[in-house]
Design a protein. Structure first.
Length: 142
């Protein structure tokens, strides 16, 4: 089993969040500076009160810093990722099960049918308005 290096894990999380050592030092208070953060990131073990404070500032659980094992994570990824496995997020499906041109044509037909229905509705409205106008004109002529 690999030994967890808490200082390296602090550095990993800090870098993933885009926080500079100076920024973390500023958040920790006046007693801290970039050199002290650098020294903290070199420590294999970090006392719980300090680790809790750093974890809170990084907005990650202290347990994540204590338990994160990069080598184990890489092993899981390398042992489970295959480009033929559809369950993996980054997999590319080279065996497409539908014809994209067919899908485009289906969409075009749907748009066409919607347009035809819209035109029919407009024609019915025009007929109704013409009828209404004719009735109004005939009532004026009486």
């Amino acid at each position: 089993m690999n030994k967890i290096h808490m200082g390296r894990n602090v550095k990993r999380f800090r870098e993933m969040l885009g926080i500079k050592q100076e920024g973390l030092a500023y958040q920790l208070g006046d007693d801290w500076n970039q050199q002290r953060i650098s020294a903290l990131e070199q420590k294999e073990l970090i006392d719980d009160p300090l680790l809790d404070q750093v974890a809170k500032l990084l907005k990650v659980p202290a347990e994540a810093i204590k338990n994160f094992d990069e080598e184990a994570a890489v092993n899981v990824i390398s042992n489970t990722f295959t480009s033929n496995d559809a369950s993996t997020l980054n997999a590319v499906n080279h065996q497409c099960t539908f014809n994209t041109l067919d899908k485009i044509m289906e969409q075009a037909e749907e748009i066409k049918s919607l347009y035809v229905a819209w035109l029919k509705e407009k024609e019915e409205k025009i007929v109704w308005l013409e009828k209404l106008l004719a009735e109004k004109n005939s009532s004026r002529n009486i």
